[in-house]
Write a protein that binds this ligand. Structure first.
Ligand code: IPM
Ligand code: MG
Length: 373
């Protein structure tokens, strides 16, 4: 069996705790002979700034490039709020995205039946929810130039960011959305602000043309981002795949994640272009929840988003849909058996720690899970 080289960059806050639980899953698959995975580890974010003087060292970046894929925990924390702009933990993450050309960010929002009570919406509104948000991740206002704060005299300053998209950037993310939709319910909703923004007009024109030329069997609709934010709360099940730009995707994916009850459940994949020589694509998998400094080091964080991110890695980097499904089913089994970290705790369930949750998922994979409560 091919050796798989995985680089772990756990990062800051709860990152190391939740990533430790992913290692248990890998150890299980290795022991079972289902995988032959090597794990290497390095730093990103605030801890990298403290260790190497930069939030993403060149040597770490080289390891990220060489690995089959990267498992990332989280970056950021109050220790680093006042450091120079280029030393911020977030700068490490943005550099990683840009350098590996991780243009396609997949953020699924799926409702688990067992957690319907944890959503702030009525159960009927979210039951069975299964949305895939496809966020463009290397363009738009996150990277557009000019970006600066300048003095314009008379004690006035001006802050500038630039929203910019080219046709090819819009087309490549649209391809990803259409291809994902083809495996799902064959509906793409493209979200923009074409009623105000030129880049939004171009977005709409390009995806419409691409749809017409190549993806006629998939339904394409368009929605303004303000309306989409509202529709996600009103009737989220109308959506299958949502494709949108970097900034709108950042905002809408946080909103969509809360439909499912807890940010602690949402995985993500960030994918680069397929290398025509190797057939592989650079990829980083990370939970959407962030570093949660308030609970860091307390063994309270929910590791399920990280474990589900690893399931995405099995599917998108290793084409092991069988193991991905096994992992996802193990997570469902653990929830059904009543194991809960504090963020998803409910009456009649058993409160467990981060490590107990990872053990429970491992037990489920090994067919020896016991009912928690
Ligand atoms: C995310 C985060 C990042 C982003 C931050 C940490 C830079 O919010 O991955 O959604 O804005 O992209
Ligand atoms: Mg965000």
């Amino acid at each position: 069996m091919n050796t798989v080289n995985i680089l772990f960059v756990p990062g800051d806050g709860i990152g190391p705790e939740v990533m430790a639980e992913v290692k248990k899953i890998i150890t299980h698959f290795n022991a079972q002979g289902a995988l032959n995975a090597n794990i290497d580890e390095d730093h990103i974010g605030g801890i990298a700034t403290d260790t190497y003087g930069t939030p993403l060292a060149d040597s770490t970046l080289a390891k990220c490039r060489a690995a089959d894929f990267v498992m990332l925990g989280a970056v950021g924390g109050p220790q680093w709020t006042n450091v120079d702009y280029h030393l911020r933990p977030e700068a490490g993450l943005l550099r990683l995205r840009k350098e590996l050309d991780l243009f396609a960010n997949l953020r699924p929002a799926q409702a688990f039946d067992e957690l319907l009570g944890a959503s702030t919406l009525q159960p009927d509104v979210v039951r069975g929810l299964d949305i895939m948000i496809v966020r463009e991740l290397t363009g738009g206002i996150y990277f557009g130039e000019p970006r600066l704060i300048e003095d314009i005299g008379n004690g006035e300053r001006r802050g500038i960011d630039t929203q910019v998209y080219t046709s090819s950037e819009i087309k490549r993310i649209s391809h990803v959305a259409f291809e994902l939709a083809a495996q799902r319910r064959k509906k793409v909703c493209s979200v923009d602000k074409a009623n105000v923004m030129k880049s939004g007009m171009l977005w709409r024109e390009e995806i419409t043309a691409l749809h017409k030329a190549q993806y006629g069997t998939t339904e394409l609709s368009h929605m303004y981002v303000d309306n989409c934010a509202m529709q996600l709360l009103r009737n989220p099940k109308q959506f299958d795949v949502i494709v949108t730009d970097n900034l709108f995707g950042d905002i809408l994916s946080d909103e969509a994640s809360m439909l499912t009850g807890s940010l602690g459940m949402i995985p993500s994949a960030s994918l680069g272009p397929v290398n025509p020589k190797t057939g592989k694509r650079p990829a980083v998998y990370e939970p959407v929840h962030g570093s949660a400094p308030d609970i860091a080091g307390k063994n309270k964080a929910n590791p399920l988003a990280s474990i589900l991110s690893f399931a995405m890695a099995l599917r998108y980097s290793l084409s092991r849909d069988d193991l991905a499904l096994e992992t996802e089913n193990a997570v469902k089994a653990v929830l059904a058996a009543g194991y809960r970290t504090p963020d998803i705790m409910a009456a009649g369930c058993r409160l467990v720690t981060t490590s107990q949750m990872g053990d429970a998922v491992t037990a489920a994979l090994q067919g020896r899970l016991e009912k928690a409560a």
